[in-house]
Design a binder for this molecule. Sequence first.
Ligand code: ADP
Ligand code: MG
Length: 692
Amino acid sequence: MLDSLFRPKSVAVIGASTKELSIGNRVIRNLVDFGFKGPIFPINPKADEVRGVKAYKSILDAPDNIDVVHMVIPAKFVPQAVEDCGKKGVKNIIINSGGFSEIGPEGEVYEKDFMVRAKNYGIRVLGPNCQGIINSDPDIRAYCNFTFTKPDIGHISIVALSGGVAEVIHQGFSSMGVGTRIYASNGNACDITIPEIIQYLGDDDGTRVIVTYVEGLRDPATFMKVAREVAAKKPILAMKAGRTTEGAKAAASHTGGLAKEDLATDLIFKKAGVLTFMDEGELIQAAVAFATQPIPKGNRIGLITNTGGPAVIATDILVGAGLAIPPLSEKTETFLKAELFPEASVNNPVDVLATGNASHYRACMDAMIADDNYDALYINFVTPFFVDTDSIAKEIAAVNQQAEKPMVCNLMTDKNEWTETVRILKQGGVPSFSLPGEAARAMTALVRYNDIRSRKIGQPDIFKDVDTSRAKGILEKASSGTGFLPAEDVYQILEAYKISTADWRMATSAESAVKAARELGYPVVVKADAASIVHKSDMGGVAVNLPDESAVQTAVTAMEKRFDAPDLKFFVQKYHEGGMEVILGAKAEPGLGHLIMFGMGGIYVEVLQDVVFNLTPVTRFEAEEMLGAIRLSPLLKGVRGEKGVYQAGIVETIQRLSQLVSDFPEIQELDLNPTLAFENRIVVVDARIGLK
Ligand code: ADP
Ligand code: MG
């Protein structure tokens, strides 16, 4: 679909300028300098040529079949220019100019105007207010962009709304001497979207890894769908910025508050299989490894070094990230003892010593690749003046070319002096970094990606035993009102979805409360129930562990005095002694379904904020993952000989909750706090449902 944009056969520039320091000049220069394979048509009513290229007075005078037109003219002239392009049969327009929706309503008028015209003629628009695209494919060489980084041919493609970040990332690759494939920055994105570009890159054979930067997703559902499809074919590495305001939001004690501002983006990335980064440097370095390396099959790393300290640093980082540094197999050890210097350290890391030569490195690499104890290799390579470092580089490059196991190399050298060594590694596609931490983190990313890829999240279980129509009836009746549902409605909805709750009765007076308690059996709990009472216990609306009639009477009388709500009722509930308090919750996420929350309940929620989230629909695999992901998970599993809680029950409740809110999108928020987890059962003892 976007082929004519990314592989243009001809490019025109409306607003081509003879002024050196202008975008209208720079775009022509970039196209020429980068060796664009097709004709370039500068459009300028006053000039005969721009940068030596013949110019045309109007787009209508230029030759036909133009794939891409740049517009570098004031916003108010853009609608007419788009109209002209339509008449000319232009396929794509890159609008570099700003002054559209990003400046407010007056600019938005022009954006709407030109979009109507573009749609009319079936023209696709990149931007406005954007940099454009670059394609380093030797057949194309399209530099439809006003930036300055001239990429080598490579396999990494970059896409971002923000031109500033896209360019910084691009620079990062360039300064590491790593090439890129396609670059796209789409600014206001009023037509061509990020998901559409990702889809295109997914189909582009020259793209091995896709790097993207987002601050939030405009159309999360489409992003999720596309990213999922593409991530199944090739790695997508993403960085999301704008995290800090979330931290503050996490302080609140309810699902709504705990669901941090843009938590959904991270969850979408996770569900879609996108690898996320918190740091742009790390993202760049990881992409360099992904561009040439196979994905490791596991997390066991073999280290080879010719200097001690850097191997220690790397070990710390790898182990800290959960990777393993297994010992050498007996065979490898025996072999290397014979091959290396007697003083060499034959362990993992293997230290070949600074005097170690090419055949030593080669012996280590071959042995560790053959050794089943390792999934990948980490190499430290300092370049002492007294060894033949070019030969070492050749061996590393040769082993890398075999591509049997992934490798990263921390090359510690003076790049200006050891130019040939550097060149050999680069030519051989060895991902080379300048610090042990950088190489180790790139390796960590490869392993992390393997973990993501091997997550088989499966399909959500659909519970057939639920009574959807009963829940529907209750919700329909309640939906006339807004806010929170009365307790009896909430508990009946949970019952309809077979989410196990403590037995309960509704009462309106001390007398009926006593009757209810008798039916339930002592001990019981009495809770004040009225629309105005939200945090019941804070307001003195919860009396637990009531052993007999007189205790129930006293509790109800006290609550009658305390609350003068006209709709005051008493929720009488079976008291369940002990159990571990966990919290489950759901919160509507527009366009995406719901966030599902699970964590430690009671005081833990507020103090530790030990909660995790997922997006509906939550599968069994994901529910189990959630259970294991909280910090206090070991408590649920049982520590020091204590029996754990009924985890299967929690997993099932998470899934039933996911099904309930998926069936009823009108549920805005739902809290089961606390849910008591016992050795062999789960009981919800407090529940709230809020509607739109
Ligand atoms: P709220 O959250 O509105 O303050 P809850 O209904 O959650 O009120 O009650 C407060 C606390 O009382 C709960 O966190 C739990 O520790 C305890 N509790 C409430 N109901 C029961 C019950 N049925 N069995 C055991 N403990 C309960
Ligand atoms: Mg509660």
